[in-house]
Design a protein around this ligand. Structure first.
Ligand code: SF4
Ligand code: SF4
Length: 467
């Protein structure tokens, strides 16, 4: 049967997780088994290990990862970034968004099914706890429909207690990324009355996570997540998604030994693919916003196909084009254009990261002052200096004048010492013999040294008397 001969109106016109009155249907997904689920489990545990472990890793006393939006201090892979690096963050974000777009254009919602923390926590932690305590989907339905017996109270209490503990751990991990493990430990171990605000945010985060995973669940992906909503514009007929091969599967129905007048497709309409779906949809209705690409329906259907002695892959990773015309993914113009933009952005980002100076020095002539003529025949200007140390090591600094061998820099106060990740301020005079001045106003270059090594150089202006 050719695709154009298949009547698709029957199976593309309704949603499975909403009643006709628009009310939410609570979803009880059947426990899924299968090869892809095994791969997803291993990959999820690897990601969870990273996610829970990274905020506790420190290098030279500094976190390996930190996103302290309050103090505007960010650490990626042990490298500190500050508001002064905003251009890097902006380019990094644009590159990441283009990468996501490109990835989605080609591979659909692979991110959602395999790497999104919402899916991983829900399917690999909370759902497993639920299945462990309450049993499979049918047992859960029975339990919810049953009166409040001692068994039901016990099971629900145990489940929600574990949900809350897990939410607390996730919230603390989240906080550790935001404020760093040391600050988190101070909040936890110190007198609570001194950290009321932080403890309140800890409880707030815990409650939000608990609500999301205990009640809100798939609605995060369907209603809240902006990425899910972008699918409509990003996906096309050539994108690889979790897809039902309706050419092969329709017309669906129970297989009988008697050859019916109308030949049946490979789908036996057992609905197991719907029962395992965590968003409660029927993938046979076509690609939908609600599909998070979790592959549960692929595993479920493959198991059915094996049992009825048909080739696996009735539901599989494929494009609509692939299903209808048996075409393979091509590197089309849209993918080429996105790839070119991505390559250019990556190039710029790598260049900026490699050429990024770990010191950022600003030297400005003190406003409101002109110059001073000294008795020793020199002319001096007063400057204020700010040095941002973006590295994770503390260091002393001193300054030298380039191109004026007889000129000197006289620091006011103690020599500057830069603490890691901090901005240090100071002032100094630049003195140059009057006879060496090339003009009454000119640019000169100040070199910044640390332990004898040149680490930065800055241009500033110098003002002298009119001749
Ligand atoms: S699991 Fe496969 S055979 Fe069963 S209803 Fe779904 S697509 Fe059809
Ligand atoms: S349709 Fe399949 S891949 Fe999509 S969310 Fe449901 S089970 Fe997961």
């Amino acid at each position: 049967m050719k695709p154009e001969q298949i009547d698709t109106t029957e199976f593309r016109d309704h949603l499975s997780n909403v009643t006709e009155a628009g009310k939410r249907i609570w979803i009880y997904p059947r426990i899924v088994k299968g090869l892809l689920y095994k791969y997803r489990t291993v990959f999820s545990w690897f990601l969870m290990l990273l996610l829970f472990g990274l905020p506790w890793i420190e290098i030279d006393g500094h976190p390996y990862f930190m996103f302290n939006v309050i103090e505007r201090k960010f650490i990626f892979f042990g490298v500190m970034f500050f508001p002064q690096d905003f251009h890097l963050v902006a380019i990094g974000l644009i590159t990441f968004i283009v990468f996501i777009i490109l990835f989605t254009v080609i591979f659909g919602r692979v991110w959602c099914g395999w790497a999104c923390p919402q899916t991983i926590f829900m399917e690999m932690l909370f759902r497993k706890i639920e299945n462990w305590i309450e049993g499979d989907y049918k047992a859960q339905q029975r339990l919810d429909a049953s009166p409040w017996t001692q068994e039901k109270i016990l099971k629900k209490t145990a489940k929600h207690t574990l949900f809350f503990v897990l939410s607390f751990i996730i919230a603390n991990t989240f906080l550790a990324y935001l404020i760093g493990k040391q600050e988190l430990w101070t909040i936890v171990s110190d007198d609570p009355s001194r950290h009321v605000g932080s403890l309140a945010s800890m409880i707030l985060f815990t409650s939000v996570f608990y609500f999301v995973f205990a009640r809100f669940r798939e609605l995060v992906c369907i209603v809240v997540c902006p990425y899910g909503r972008l699918q409509g514009v990003l996906l096309d007929k050539k994108s690889i998604v979790v897809a039902y091969d309706y050419v092969r599967g329709e017309p669906r129905g129970k297989q009988t030994k008697v050859v019916a007048e109308k030949p049946k497709g490979d789908c036996i309409d057992c609905k197991i693919c719907v029962q395992v779906c965590p968003t409660g949809i029927d993938i046979r209705n076509g690609t939908q916003l609600e599909c998070i690409g979790c592959t549960a329906c692929i595993d479920a259907c493959d198991e059915v196909m094996v049992k009825i002695d048909k080739p696996i892959g009735l539901i599989r990773y494929d494009s609509l084009d692939g299903i209808e015309n048996k075409t393979k993914l091509k590197f089309n113009l849209r993918i080429k254009a996105y790839s070119a933009v991505l390559a250019a952005l990556l190039g710029v980002l790598v260049y900026l990261l490699l050429s990024r100076n770990m010191m950022e020095t600003t030297i400005l002539r003190t406003p409101g002052l002109t110059y001073q003529e000294n008795k020793n025949g020199t002319v001096s200007n007063l400057y204020s200096v700010e040095v941002m140390n973006k590295s994770t090591t503390a260091m002393p600094v001193n300054f030298a004048l380039k191109d004026f061998p007889k000129g000197t820099i006289k620091l006011i106060g103690k020599p500057l010492f830069l603490n890691a990740g901090e901005l240090t301020k100071g002032s100094f005079f630049i003195e140059i013999p009057k006879k060496d001045l090339p003009d009454n106003t000119f640019k000169l270059e100040v070199e910044v040294y640390s332990n004898g090594k040149l680490i930065d150089h800055v241009k500033t202006s110098f003002l002298g008397p009119m001749e």
